[in-house]
Ligand binder design. Structure first.
Ligand SMILES: C[S@@+](CC[C@H](N)C(=O)[O-])C[C@H]1O[C@@H](n2cnc3c(N)ncnc32)[C@H](O)[C@@H]1O
Length: 253
């Protein structure tokens, strides 16, 4: 595991420099699955919202040959990541400063795998749908999308927003987990986190996110709740996060 992150990890998290939350030092099972899959690939893979490279550097550490694209909206994060890439691996990685999905532009059928962890919460529903379409098109048939994002059962969302989510859902609101001002809900122990969290956030029930992903054309292979490990105060009875692995089918029926 890389130890010299640009800021010392605090409670398992490294601050971003652009108020986009934290990078999480302990990899989720979902991110480990992505790394394992990428390591066996010879075709390109991409990590969208890679921050300082927690899920990218282990692919380069392994004896893999797959070309890795690390994309983030923040150049400082990418510079820090590149600083940590060994010289003999520098040609294996391409860093791209771009905002997903608006500036995401790759050929169709290009990637073997796409990883997006702790990023979907920044997207309004329509942006999410547009992003999933771009992911679908840029994946090779048989390629896989790995998603990890916050659920409505994350501890304080469950306590403060679940009933609103369910009411909105029952009323037919398409994205009942869009929260326009999360700062008004964050409990006192998140006061420091408020400095690095945007106002808007978006949380999901597992089935609702699975429906959105499936409606893009993906075949969902893994869909489960999970908790962030290594951060105290984030325990959510095993349901605080959502992991999805979805395949772009090799053949369309
Ligand atoms: C919460 S951090 C997650 C870091 C990392 N993926 C992890 O697993 O810990 C979010 C990262 O996504 C980047 N990001 C946020 N919105 C983005 C967007 N629309 N396009 C590209 N990167 C984005 C931020 O700059 C930040 O580095």
């Amino acid at each position: 595991m890389i130890k010299n992150w640009p800021n010392p990890p605090d409670n398992g998290r490294v601050k971003t420099v652009n108020q986009m939350g934290f990078m999480f030092v302990q990899l989720s099972t979902l991110s480990q699955r992505f790394i394992e899959y990428a390591t066996q690939s010879t075709s390109p893979v991409i990590d969208i919202g890679c921050a300082y490279g927690v899920a990218v550097l282990p692919i380069l550490d392994a004896e893999s040959t797959c070309p890795v694209v690390a994309l983030d909206t923040c150049q400082t994060h990418l510079d820090e990541l590149l600083d940590r890439v060994p010289d003999n691996k520098k040609t294996q990685i391409t860093t791209i400063r771009a905002t997903f999905p608006e500036e995401f532009s790759f050929p169709d059928n290009y990637f073997q795998a796409i990883h997006i962890a702790y990023v979907l919460q920044f997207f309004k529903g329509e942006q999410l749908k547009a992003g999933l379409i771009k992911c679908f098109n840029s994946l090779k048939p048989g390629g896989k999308l790995f998603l990890y994002t916050a659920s409505i059962y994350f501890n304080f969302w469950r306590d403060q927003f679940l009933s609103q989510y369910e009411k909105k859902s029952a009323a037919g609101v398409e994205f009942p987990g869009e929260i326009e001002n999360q700062h008004q809900y964050l409990p006192a122990q998140f006061d420091e986190a408020k400095q690095v969290l945007p106002i808007f956030t978006h949380v999901f029930k597992l089935d609702d996110l699975v429906k959105i992903v499936s409606s893009t054309g993906f075949k969902v292979e893994v869909a489960e709740y999970d908790d962030i490990q290594g951060v105290s105060g984030y325990e959510s009875e095993g349901k605080g996060m959502i992991s999805i692995v979805a395949e772009k089918p090799a053949f369309r029926l």
